[in-house]
Design a protein around this ligand. Structure first.
Ligand code: ZNH
Length: 147
């Protein structure tokens, strides 16, 4: 289990409290689809992902980006329990969606970049460290039920 310092807990809560989920989620997912185009294969039913402009303007991408970000809030609220919190979602991504777990890392990197751009100077090294530790722990939990 991942151990968290009080400072890390407070930093994670603070980052998410200030995030505009409904714009950060879509921005992170669309960035992932643009930067790592092979991730588009899972979203064939989302319609036009032809180029960056189409991806950024695609309402299904926006909707799914919001779902992902809102779902991370469950992680923020269950930092000591990530494995159990994400067990069902791990099974879903593994057995039903067949999402290669490497992709979880890709979207968390895109999310880090979007959060950095939104936070500007407030995104210090300590904030980055806490965020990446948190996302890595979620990614690990999401990958737990793959075998
Ligand atoms: Zn995912 C779905 C979360 C990543 C792909 N997802 C989903 C959902 C959720 C999630 C919550 C819903 C479910 C139900 O409905 O039940 N994801 C998530 C998270 C993450 C993710 C948290 C991280 C962080 N995903 C991801 C990735 C991918 C994906 C990376 C690829 C690439 N998902 C997916 C899909 C789906 C999902 C495909 C389905 C969609 C539809 O159908 O709409």
């Amino acid at each position: 289990m991942v151990e968290w310092t009080e400072c890390e807990r407070a930093t994670i809560k603070d980052i998410f409290a200030k995030l505009d989920y409904d714009s950060v989620g879509p921005a992170a997912l669309s960035r992932c689809l643009v930067v790592y185009p092979w991730t588009q294969r899972y979203f064939s039913k989302f319609g036009n992902l032809y180029n960056a402009a189409a991806i950024m303007g695609n309402p299904n991408v926006a909707k799914h980006g919001k779902i992902i970000l809102h779902d991370l809030e469950r992680g923020v609220k269950n930092m000591d329990n990530l494995k159990e919190t994400y067990a069902d979602l791990s099974v879903l991504h593994s057995e039903k969606l067949h999402v290669d777990p490497d992709n979880f890392k890709l979207i968390s990197d895109c999310l880090t970049i979007v959060v950095a751009s939104r936070m500007g100077k407030a995104f210090t090294g300590e904030v980055q460290a806490a965020l990446q530790k948190f996302l890595a722990a979620v990614v690990s939990a999401l990958g737990r039920q793959y075998h």
